[in-house]
Design a binder for this molecule. Structure first.
Ligand code: SF4
Length: 128
């Protein structure tokens, strides 16, 4: 069955990091929700700014700078911007690798143990 990122029932069972080699990085084309700790690790804000300006102002700035699309107060999660082709803001279009790997958000570190279908991923051969 052909893998369809939007249909987790078509995803492959994740077995090892070997599956990531040469993969199209479909996992980096899905919406990424991140925490304040992630934002700070990514260098998009810091504790002083949050304390002095408040989360609302920081959100406004980061939306304007096209780093995040929104902040949900109920969950405390920010959504990272996706490019027009759905790629995450930080996905290198040429290498299909994360350009902020050492600083990547927790949700990226935990995938595919968490996500729409835990234990499965939208593995696909690199399309370049
Ligand atoms: S931050 Fe990196 S690992 Fe996470 S979705 Fe974006 S490109 Fe992928």
């Amino acid at each position: 069955m052909k893998t369809d990122i939007d249909r987790p029932s078509t995803w492959k069972k994740y077995s090892s990091e070997q599956m990531c080699h040469g993969c199209y990085a479909g996992c980096c084309t899905m919406p990424v929700e991140i925490t304040l700790t992630d934002l700070i690790r990514l260098g998009l804000t810091d504790e002083d700014e949050i304390e002095n300006s408040g989360a609302k102002k920081v959100t406004k700035r980061l939306v304007k700078e096209k780093k995040i699309t929104s902040f949900r107060e109920a969950t405390g999660l920010f959504t990272l911007v996706q490019k027009s082709n759905r790629d995450c803001l930080y996905l290198d279009q040429r290498t299909r690798l994360c350009s902020v790997y050492e600083k990547r958000p927790d949700v990226c570190r935990k995938f595919p143990n968490i996500g729409p279908r835990p234990g499965y991923c939208p593995a696909m051969q690199n399309l370049k």
